[in-house]
Design a protein around this ligand. Structure first.
Ligand SMILES: NC(=O)C1=CN([C@@H]2O[C@H](COP(=O)(O)OP(=O)(O)OC[C@H]3O[C@@H](n4cnc5c(N)ncnc54)[C@H](O)[C@@H]3O)[C@@H](O)[C@H]2O)C=CC1
Ligand SMILES: O=C(O)[C@@H]1CCC=N1
Length: 273
């Protein structure tokens, strides 16, 4: 197995690390680097991974370096690493939204235009912490077959993944999967709030919403039928569901979803400028 360094120990790194360790990957093959002590120490204590405050030390240790800092720090971190150590043979994986392969390679290149570093962009999501992640991957042309397999091994250990043939599709993955857990959370929050309005307790409201969402998602996962057919099975003609669905449609649910997903893409494009 590769030795893996996570640069940045925030929400996304934590989700992937939990998923990796739970999938059986040796914790001592993983190192996390983060400036603030609490996050990296928590991961080390809970999961037995190695930790440091030094990005260089972590990068020296690993052959796969997963960049898990906020997009505006990515190029600084790459520059810092490439200035300090020989990065030949190391694979860089970036999970950042809105930071391109070209920007990452340029920060890693020390001004050279040949021998560019192999970079895989991965767009994961936080359900990775349960092994239920969904990731899209795009590899720069410098990435070897073995390195592609290493990247895929990480994403497959924490869920499902698909390879993308062009980098712009990473932004589509953001809209459909990376940002999308938050859309479902928002929908559940709205339902939970309304359940409370009906007089259910906080605990009951949470259970009603959570169990129904889980049941619906499991039905989709365990059925090959189109999702629209599952919906039709709940929707008696002239019944209560029909009334609710017609209200959603009249209020523009399809347009709302499309506009929100396109807003995520537009923001990713803007961040890349
Ligand atoms: N949170 C999510 O659902 C997803 C996030 N991403 C991407 O993951 C990346 C990280 O996002 P989050 O984990 O949500 O952010 P976060 O803020 O939770 O984590 C970032 C971590 O980086 C650390 N950090 C800051 N500067 C550093 C440096 N110079 N060296 C090392 N560590 C440093 C911070 O202390 C923090 O712990 C972003 O680029 C984001 O686009 C991608 C998919 C989903
Ligand atoms: O909100 C963001 O920018 C990151 C990327 C996808 C999910 N979270």
């Amino acid at each position: 197995m590769n030795k893996i360094a996570f640069i940045g120990a925030g929400n996304m790194a934590r989700a992937i690390i939990i998923g990796l360790v739970n999938s059986g990957i040796t914790p001592q093959d993983i190192i996390v680097a983060n400036p603030s002590e609490a996050k990296r120490l928590n991961l080390a204590t809970e999961f037995g991974v190695l930790q440091t405050d030094d990005n260089i030390k972590a990068s020296e240790f690993a052959d796969v370096i997963v960049l898990c800092v906020k997009p505006h720090f990515i190029t600084d971190v790459c520059f810092q690493i490439s200035q300090a150590i020989d990065i030949t043979g190391k694979l860089f994986i970036s999970v950042a939204a809105g930071t391109t392969v070209e920007q990452i390679q340029s920060a890693l290149s020390k001004g050279e235009t040949t021998n560019l570093a192999p970079v895989v962009r991965v767009m994961p999501n936080t359900p990775s912490q349960l092994g239920l992640g969904m990731s899209g991957l795009f590899a720069s042309k410098e990435v070897t077959v073995e390195q592609k397999a290493s990247a895929e091994k990480i994403t497959n250990a924490v869920g499902k993944s698909i390879w993308l043939d062009t980098e712009d599709k990473i932004n589509n993955i953001i809209a459909v999967a990376g940002s999308a857990p938050a859309y479902y959370f928002l929908f559940m929050e709205a339902m939970e709030q309304q359940a409370k309005q009906y007089g259910f307790s906080e605990e009951e409201s949470r259970m009603l919403v959570q169990q129904t969402a889980l049941g619906a998602a499991q039905m989709v996962a365990h059925n090959s039928a189109p999702i629209s057919e599952l919906r039709a099975n709940v929707t008696s003609k002239g019944g209560t569901t029909h009334a609710a669905i017609e209200r959603f449609k009249a209020d523009g649910i399809e347009e709302i979803v499309k506009n929100a997903m396109n807003a995520a893409i537009a923001r990713a494009e803007e961040m890349a400028k």
